[in-house]
Design a protein around this ligand. Sequence first.
Ligand SMILES: NC(=O)c1ccc[n+]([C@@H]2O[C@H](COP(=O)([O-])OP(=O)(O)OC[C@H]3O[C@@H](n4cnc5c(N)ncnc54)[C@H](OP(=O)(O)O)[C@@H]3O)[C@@H](O)[C@H]2O)c1
Length: 318
Amino acid sequence: MVKVAVAGGFSQVAQEVVDALLAAKKHEITVLSRREASTENPPPAEIRWQVVDYGSKESLAAALRGTHTLLSFVQILSDYNHRSQKNLIDAAIAAGVKRFAPSEYGSKGTVNMPWWHGKERVREYLKEVNRDEEVLNYTLFQPGLFLNYLAYPQKTAKHVDPLQTVFDFENRRAVVVEGHEDAVLTLTTVADLAGVVARAVDYEGEWPKTGGIRGNRVTFSQLLEIGRRVRGRDFAVDWAKMEDLEAGKLDMSWGLSAVHQAVSADEAAAYLKVVSIGILLSSVKGAWDVSDEFNQLFPDYKFTPIEDFLAKVWGGQP
Ligand SMILES: NC(=O)c1ccc[n+]([C@@H]2O[C@H](COP(=O)([O-])OP(=O)(O)OC[C@H]3O[C@@H](n4cnc5c(N)ncnc54)[C@H](OP(=O)(O)O)[C@@H]3O)[C@@H](O)[C@H]2O)c1
């Protein structure tokens, strides 16, 4: 049994992980939040809820004393200058926390994805604090894109809301970069991410710095094939040109409308365009071809195969 603290622990992704940790019934879990626990949507009775001020390293360190593993799910988009996560790292070191996971849970690279550049700054900070000697063992959990998003608009996770991608299984259409059909996407269900994080918390050895979690590794052309098989006919493809994308241009015959809850309504349209372009360009540049460190550490872990997941979601759908 270890003491686990979860910063931003009532985020959508964090709640999936907390559920997996609770199901294992092995650890003591404290959620760190800037707010009091909601009475309308109360947290599970087994967790401790601790209100923290990310502006005060001293109070964070006091809240973290006795913690073995600290998992952060702090929303990058609203962590101005990465202050909350940097203070959390400093406080974790001061409090003697053994292991830390920053708010990653996505891609290997962040090229062309400005909304995730904050992750890069936190990676740099972790390297910096460990430069002379390792003061905080950490891992970057990287499961790629959530496979659940290919079920849009269906909700296939308990807490994580559906979001759209450039692969629209509902309407059998997709955007692919011309000449780059072999670009790779790693797609892992959020349940498998949570399952692997729970195993990693149990694991007593040192965490690998890069924590690749490879649920499924597919190329864009393989995804189109899978789409054809599970949806019964070919997808209509909008072919994008690399040079247009690099110039910030994307002409799609359809558009994305579902935006993450952390993005304000007036920013949504511009954000969705940036995200579509960013996902396409970064895929071509290898950012979503994540490594497999945790597959190697837990070789008996059974990931949800992409075609089984999609066949179940889309089977019988018009
Ligand atoms: N791979 C994928 O497909 C994928 C998809 C979605 C998310 N993710 C990643 O998963 C992680 C969590 O995302 P999410 O969607 O679950 O997040 P979220 O629901 O938007 O919530 C994140 C939490 O961050 C906390 N927070 C917000 N601003 C903060 C600040 N300035 N300082 C400290 N805490 C702050 C909030 O907690 P309190 O209000 O309780 O303090 C909030 O509950 C992120 O790293 C995200 O990039 C990956």
